[in-house]
Design a protein around this ligand. Sequence first.
Ligand code: SF4
Length: 141
Amino acid sequence: MNNVKVIGIIQCDFARERCSGFGCMNSFCQRIDAFARYKNNAGILAVPFNCGGCPGRRTGRLASNLAKWAKRKSEIDKESIVIHLSSCMVTDNGHYPPCPHIGCIETILRRKGFRVVKGSYKSKTAEKKRGEGVYEPFAWD
Ligand code: SF4
């Protein structure tokens, strides 16, 4: 993926109650899982934040705030920002089934002009359960 300078990693507010977010940031720093696409780009700034709680409509305002500060502090345009909807939001996983509002959240972000990618950390345990049919399958972008 070209011209990426900032990624926002949005996490489920409920999942965040019991998750430090280490898995997502570790995957980002190692450029693995959903972040493997950035392996040739060492200069990306990652900004994790929560969805703001159900039904996730704050995501638009939060992402806009990210874009505002990226422009103000680093002259980074919205076109260079990618929003990742984290695995706790988009997949059936050890926290919960997928966010029931994910379609609306994605629409809000795309209408605001953000590039959106589904997924972040890829849990081996959850992948195994997807393979066994315990969790719903997930098509990684
Ligand atoms: S809107 Fe979705 S991602 Fe946000 S807290 Fe509710 S279930 Fe979690």
